[in-house]
Write a protein that binds this ligand. Structure first.
Ligand code: DAH
Length: 375
């Protein structure tokens, strides 16, 4: 780097001319000359700097690029620079700035590479691995899968459908027209600004979806989430899960339904399980029934789970109402069928002695982890 003195000597002839001008003060010229010299010095410093450590690089950044960098005060000098020299001065300022930016970018890159290298160098192959926190299946999923598998073994095919359903599939097609009192029992959530779409209140809506798009024979099992406008408590929730079953073919009888459900009950609750069908009402089945299984906790002797009756209600079922078949475009003179629907949460709660349904939807891993060993 040329020394300050040599530099001034070198530049002096240029300034000598200006020194003769009346309007320009000598002192001002000298400051300007010194500003030129300082810039040249800074540029030389930037170009030769070789900071090695992270700290030294940070110091470099602060000195040349920080908010109080050393180039900044020199920029102010431009107003003292005579017009003939302004361009040179400006270029020199830019040169200094660019040099600092480029140098810093290069230094930062070197630093990043070094950091990566040193990390690899520190790699301890004998260190124990990060613990992998294994999730566990949810008790609802466990119970639902178990039910679905039992029906799959006898030829039922899984049908999954939308949770946002239109009024027709959820209610009307299922023989529950707008003025039907059964709608009150399944009060659900209507989508804002419409009476057309609801969060489905029952998986029975899948029956209508399948019957309007497939031709018999139909044999489906439909698991999924449903919603109802219920006050949340330990025993009921505004969201829960159901599994729906539907079988439509020529000559399907009530006896077929009973035998199938009996098979299910024994597979689900053990070979000694008994079933009982009680007459009931559902708008979409005729005749309709509710099915109880002999209590799988006390085997009929009477306990808290079965409220000392020896029986536990698990599902609703019946022969598909001919009107439902007509609604969905299936000829009831040719085809008949049965349907059934059951809630999952209550069965899961009984199976795993869970006393509060809200636990199912809180995602508390302390609760969920208790089911890690269930298969
Ligand atoms: N959808 C009924 C409910 O949510 C359950 C049900 C009853 C479904 C009888 C059926 C059935 O398919 O045949 O309460």
């Amino acid at each position: 780097m040329a020394s300050k003195k040599a530099y001034l000597q070198d530049k002096l002839p240029n300034f000598a001319r200006l020194l003769n001008l009346e309007s320009v003060k000598k002192a001002q010229i000298l400051t300007v000359m010194s500003a030129f010299a300082q810039l040249e010095e800074l540029i030389a410093e930037i170009e030769t700097a070789q900071p090695q450590t992270e700290e030294a690089i940070e110091q470099f950044r602060m000195r040349f690029l920080g908010s109080n960098n050393v180039i900044k005060p020199l920029m102010g000098e431009i107003r003292n620079v005579p017009n003939e020299q302004k361009k040179d001065f400006g270029q020199l300022i830019n040169k200094a700035k660019t040099a600092a930016e480029e140098k810093f970018a290069a230094l930062a890159e070197v630093l990043a590479v070094a950091a990566e290298k040193s990390q690899l160098g520190n790699l301890d192959l004998s260190a124990p691995g990060e613990p992998v926190d294994l999730g566990s299946r949810h008790p609802v999923a466990l119970t639902m899968n178990r039910i679905v598998k039992i029906f799959e073994r006898i030829g039922f095919v899984v049908a999954e459908e939308r949770e946002i359903e239109d009024d027709w599939h959820n209610f009307t097609a299922m023989n529950t027209p707008e003025d039907h009192p059964a709608r009150d029992m399944q009060d659900t959530y209507y989508l804002k600004d419409t009476t057309k779409y609801v969060l489905r209140s029952q998986t029975s809506s899948v029956q209508a979806r399948v019957m309007t798009t497939q031709k018999p024979p139909i044999r489906i099992i439909a698991p999924g989430r449903v919603y109802r406008n219920e006050t949340v408590s330990a025993r009921s929730h505004c969201q829960f899960h159901q599994v729906e079953g539907l079988y439509i073919d020529k000559g399907v009888s009530f006896a077929d339904m009973k035998q199938t459900l009996y098979y299910f009950a024994r597979e689900m609750y053990g070979p000694d399980t008994k079933i009982r069908l009680r007459p009931s009402f559902f708008p979409f089945t005729e005749p309709s029934a509710e099915m109880d299984v002999s209590c799988f906790i006390c085997h009929g002797e009477g306990c808290r789970i079965c409220k000392h009756s020896g029986w536990v209600e698990i599902l609703g079922c019946g022969m598909v109402d001919p009107q439902v078949l007509i609604n969905c475009g299936i000829d009831p003179e040719v085809y008949s069928g049965y349907a059934f629907g059951m809630g999952i949460e209550r069965q899961a709660m009984m199976r795993y002695t869970i006393t509060d349904i809200r636990l199912m939807f809180e995602n508390d891993t302390r609760f969920l982890k208790q089911f890690a060993s269930v298969i």
